[in-house]
Design a protein. Structure first.
Length: 454
């Protein structure tokens, strides 16, 4: 009887075994899941870089007059590509188990470098066009200057856009216009001669424009992005295989434990049935208690395992579900308030640092921002009830532009509203008010800086 009572104590060990097994399966699975999520986020950034680069590259296939008219938009798009490139470099700098992106960053820098050389040349064309327009719009324009301006425009644009015009013929035409300009008044003479000087510099730079365009089109940034995307997908597939292997090992261990428990139960039954029946009533009661105790332990272990599994499944589901709560909204509001208190509406110093101290580029970006986005709140408010897709585009554009001009407050509220719309939730009055104030503060800050530079 002593042996039959001692045997059931072995049923307490499987419970500990199951807990350890569950921990050994759950912890690596969570680590692999977190790594897979980081892969997904990194892949999204690289895909965004590819999309923006392709948009810039496609703009080079526009006709040259159309390309010149959109030069400000192209400059802003180039800054957006640069900001995405910096974000990728920052995210990958200290990350573990990520593919090497140094080659991608290198070819992206080459792409942006050639584009930065391309934009000023195209901008010169726009400057000459603007100067001609301003001179022609002058009501006090002398009758002699107008035909000279017409002739100048024809010569310049034939030299740029016509294959039949030779450089020698162009400069002879410039000399002819220069001689005729001596008969003009001093002010008009200076203006026309300045146009001739600008045109000569433009034609000199314009000779390398086709070379720059060809280099930009042939840049290998797309090939590097495709290569990285394939490597990310391969690593995610390997993570899936590892998680599947861990799950199979855990299931195999549970099956083996179940078989072993059943075998132990059978051994206990055999031992109880083989003992001499010296005291039938007492031993039957004892045997009954032993079997009952063993069954209770097995059932208890099974229940603990099922409850533990259900609990972990519920925790996993809760971790992956996003349920908005008042506390979360409060935290978001505190974050926006913190940014508002600690940073200016537009961090000019950060912009200058990002653009290597290029104040002209800062003015260009801020000017484009004020011109294109000052009325975005009214547009967004009117489209919110009529066309949610267009309204979503507005906040998405604001988010991207805010990142380019370092407007942290505007970037945060635009991203928050965009996420709210993606989940088909109602936008709170607080968020609308914050968006209006953030746009106004950013526009005012841009005006203040631009006014201080003139």
């Amino acid at each position: 009887m002593e042996q039959s009572v001692a045997k059931p104590k072995r049923f307490k060990k499987p419970a500990t075994f199951l807990v350890v097994l569950l921990a050994l399966w759950l912890l690596p699975s969570l680590a692999l899941l977190n790594l897979s999520r980081s892969y997904t986020n990194s892949l999204a950034q690289i895909e965004e870089l590819g999309i923006r680069v392709n948009e810039l590259r496609q703009s080079l296939y526009f006709s040259e007059p159309l390309r010149v008219s959109r030069i400000n938009d192209l400059a802003l798009d180039a800054q957006l590509v640069y900001s995405i490139r910096l974000q990728i470099e920052s995210d990958f700098q200290h990350a573990l188990f990520r593919p090497d992106v140094n080659q991608l960053l290198y070819v992206a820098d080459q792409f942006l470098e050639k584009f930065d050389e391309f934009i000023p040349i195209e901008s010169q064309v726009q400057d000459i066009v603007d100067n001609i327009k301003s001179l022609r719009a002058d009501k006090e324009l002398s009758p002699k200057l107008k035909p000279l301006l017409n002739e100048f425009g024809v010569v310049v644009f034939e030299a740029m856009y016509s294959d039949s015009q030779s450089s020698s013929a162009t400069y002879r035409a410039f000399d002819s216009i220069l001689e005729k300009s001596y008969s003009l008044e001093t002010e008009e003479q200076d203006a026309l001669q300045q146009l001739l000087a600008d045109a000569s510099a433009l034609l000199s730079d314009y000779a390398q424009l086709n070379y720059l365009v060809d280099k930009i089109k042939k840049n290998s940034v797309n090939e590097q992005i495709i290569k990285l995307e394939a490597e990310f997908h391969e690593r995610q597939f390997n993570l899936l295989l590892v998680m599947l292997g861990l799950s199979l090992m855990a299931m195999s261990a549970i099956v083996l434990w179940s078989v072993r428990s059943k075998k132990i139960m059978e051994e206990v039954d055999q031992e109880l049935s083989s003992e001499p029946e010296t005291n039938p009533s007492k031993e039957e009661a004892s045997a009954s208690n032993v079997v009952s105790s063993a069954v209770q332990h097995v059932d208890s272990d099974a229940v603990v395992f099922e409850d533990t599994s259900a609990s972990h499944q519920q925790q996993s589901i809760q971790q992956h579900s996003i349920q908005p709560a008042p506390e979360q909204a409060s935290v978001a509001e505190k974050q926006i308030a913190s940014v508002t208190d600690s940073k200016p509406a537009i961090d000019i110093e950060d912009m200058l640092e990002t653009l290597d101290g290029d104040a002209e580029s800062v003015e260009l970006l801020l000017g484009v921002f004020v011109q294109d986005h000052a009325g975005d709140y009214e547009k967004f408010k009117s489209l919110l009830t009529k066309d949610e897709t267009s309204a979503a585009r507005i906040v998405h554009s604001l988010k991207g532009v805010a990142g380019s001009i370092k407007a942290s407050r505007l970037a945060i509220i635009a991203a928050s509203i965009e996420m709210t719309m993606k989940h088909s939730r109602a936008i709170s009055e607080h968020d609308l008010a914050e968006l209006e104030q953030a746009i106004k503060a950013s526009v005012d800050s841009a005006h203040e800086y631009l006014d201080s530079q003139h």
